[in-house]
Design a protein around this ligand. Sequence first.
Ligand code: GDP
Length: 453
Amino acid sequence: MNDTIAAISSAGGPIGLIRVSGERAIEAVDAVFDTKNGRPLTQAPGQKLIFGTLYGVDRDPIDRCFAVVFHAPHTYTGEPMAELQCHGSTAVLHMALDALFAQGVRQAEAGEFTRRAFLNGKLGLSEAEAVHDLITARTVEAAQNAVAQVMGAVGSPVQQIRDELTGMVAHFHAVVDFPDEDIDPVLFEDAAALLHRTTTRLYAMAESYERGRILREGVPCVILGRPNAGKSTLLNALLGRERAIVTDIPGTTRDLIEESVKVGKLLLRVTDTAGLRDTTDPIEQAGIDRAMAEASASSLILAVFDGSQPIGDEDLLVLARSAGHRAIAIVNKSDLPQQLDRKLLEQHFSHVVSLSAKTGAGMAQLLALIPGTVGLGDGAFDGALITNARQAAALARAAERCEAALYAAQSGMTPDAVVMDAEGAIAALGEITGDSVTEAVITRIFSDFCVGK
Ligand code: GDP
């Protein structure tokens, strides 16, 4: 039997939430909470706010607040649960927790409520993992994708494919178990049709991870350019507010600043960098080294050039650094007389835009270019995308095993060959539904969660 756990589930704010789950959840909360109507919480109807007084370890009142009880099995974790909705101060919340601990309740570990929900069959594994995405979503689209996953947008099709493969394997087993019967060629044909469909579907799902990851994490983006090209001004324009320190002295943007900028449905994680140039100033050099490292790992480079100046040696460094990356060349200061040779940039970059970071002219064109440049055109977010590396890897493995089974079915191999690969695919899909995961994997998955969820 599970012990009873509690945690603060709210993240600051005027109202604080404490969740308790386990066999003794309702009794434990009842012991620290007197209802106004005098009825014990153990006899209270489920899912109703009940007003009362909350007491600390020494029976001193610590809050006037609400309690809610949830009777098993219709609860998030499947166990008896109770919640305290108190005033949100850390002092009140910690006194309340201590009072519960004195009742034999223990502190919940990270993700332990959701882990229990999964272990008690209330949530599939992919649905449970999506809860984490939903909590950490930074854009509306990422949250929408996550909630679709919580509702089964990944788990349901995977379960369905797994069931179909299991049915097929059972059929083959039945035939193999009666070896005197000739194997019906129709069986191989049907199997091949199913495996073909399934392989295509699984590869498509696995490949959606590339876009899903961008949706969830955003696109790392680095602004490169020589000192005074206008990098900080561009970052400010992207952010729509003053943040980076913009000055006229070359090399003043010494440190890296990461900011998230929403470009349409896309979250750009923009790093503004120190000017790219040879320098003997150690602080500046450190900034440049980091800028270089950022650039090699980043998905998108915004290479800023000062359009009012001819191309210089430092600009050539930026050109070299941008090669081989998804990059957009920005000819900045378009409001000033232009001296820069745009043709040279056009030879190196597939996208060159003129911009005045100062006046905002050309900004719309730049923003319109970005999603396509990072591989996200229009309509890229249809359906639920895979946002989880573990699931993507399992899907890819399942797809490969299905493809191998398809080959076996088509090339007239023994039924065993088809069955072996199909079973491999079933096991890989079970890693997503949770049917074939080890304890260690489950522990790792839920340890990424926050405490209280
Ligand atoms: P950084 O060193 O690359 O970060 O460059 P800053 O953003 O600090 O800009 C250097 C100078 O260029 C500042 O005086 C800015 O006001 C100016 N500047 C930046 N963008 C523009 C622009 O589009 N037009 C004009 N006229 N000046 C700009």
